[in-house]
Design a protein around this ligand. Sequence first.
Ligand code: GDP
Ligand code: MG
Length: 370
Amino acid sequence: MNAEELSKKLLEAFKEFQKDVQKPRILISGPTGVGKSSLINKVFGEIVTKEAKGEPVTDKVEKHEREDIGVILYDSPGCEIGDTEQFKKEVINAIQQEKINLIWYCIASTGDRIEPQDKDTIKMFLEKNFPVSVVLTHCESASEEKIKEFKEEINNNFKDIDIYITSSKVEHKIFKEEFERLIKDAIGKLPETLKDAFISAQKVNLDEKWNRAHGIIVKHVAGAFGIAFIPIPFADAPILVANQMLMIANILYVYDLDGLEATITGGAGGGLIGLLMTDLGKFLSKSAITKILKLIPGVKILADLINGGVATILTAGIGEAINLSCYKLYEEMLKGNNIDFVKMFGDMVQKYATENVKSGKKAEDYKKPD
Ligand SMILES: Nc1nc2c(ncn2[C@@H]2O[C@H](COP(=O)(O)OP(=O)(O)O)[C@@H](O)[C@H]2O)c(=O)[nH]1
Ligand SMILES: [Mg+2]
């Protein structure tokens, strides 16, 4: 396969992955004006809710879904005064019918107290065994004592419920860490089959993207060893490439750099991934890989054999080079430096892959950058 065919196949593998992935369904609930839409925008990017109003599931519940985004979001008000029966019927039905995986209930920390309706709503969710967490919003405007008081009051009513201290308006280390914790906990609560999509869609915990990609690589390396255990003639190296192609599609899916670009530019997205795949196609072509293979201690290319050990070093080295390059690109894009870094993506992958392969490191020995 030449570079062009490789990048085309990579892009196809990516699109297929995106099409077939199973997505979690998350309900964001809480009184009007509490900051639900802002929370969604902060965590998943404005792209999710930008288009139209969302599709009504009931009078109370709205659904936001896009093919290229890894979560299906639902938005409902809390239970307002005099509305309990109606609310119960509609929202509880919607949760059951739509098979909601997680509920984030929002409470503004600017209120005088936790309102009885908030407690009623949370109580109702818990009675039904729905997985609900509390997100305190507008926390930049509340004093530390106030937040402490709110947390205590919530915990007095609902013992082990998770509470997050957030602001969608002000950037601060505390809020950043709280959003990261919200994501980390959510990943822990979701079934394995929904994690790829969730980690892909969220835009506030970059380390969890690295962790997921790393796990994918470790898994694929085991596969590479299987394929190559019986030495393969070098001419058949594309077998190996096919295994790596799925791995690479999965890594790029988890980072969702396209979605990040769309969020940053306010555009539709869909352009960046093609550019990255073009670079990767060049990088994975036989001549480039042969050069890298020669770096592995003890490999004799002329013997025309790739054995299991070599295949694992190569697959881990390439996978982790892409993982690290995506991580760095993501960081730079968040800082607003996208254009130049996108141009450097191919070089970055090449550089890291060379270093990695030379080091002969095992997949599980790679560590997240600081
Ligand atoms: N200061 C501050 N304003 C916020 C925060 N979250 C939301 N807002 C503002 O509160 C208003 C209502 O937010 P919105 O997300 O539309 O609430 P929703 O009705 O629950 O979807 C908007 O003007 C937001 O900009 C926050 O954490 N801090
Ligand atoms: Mg809203």
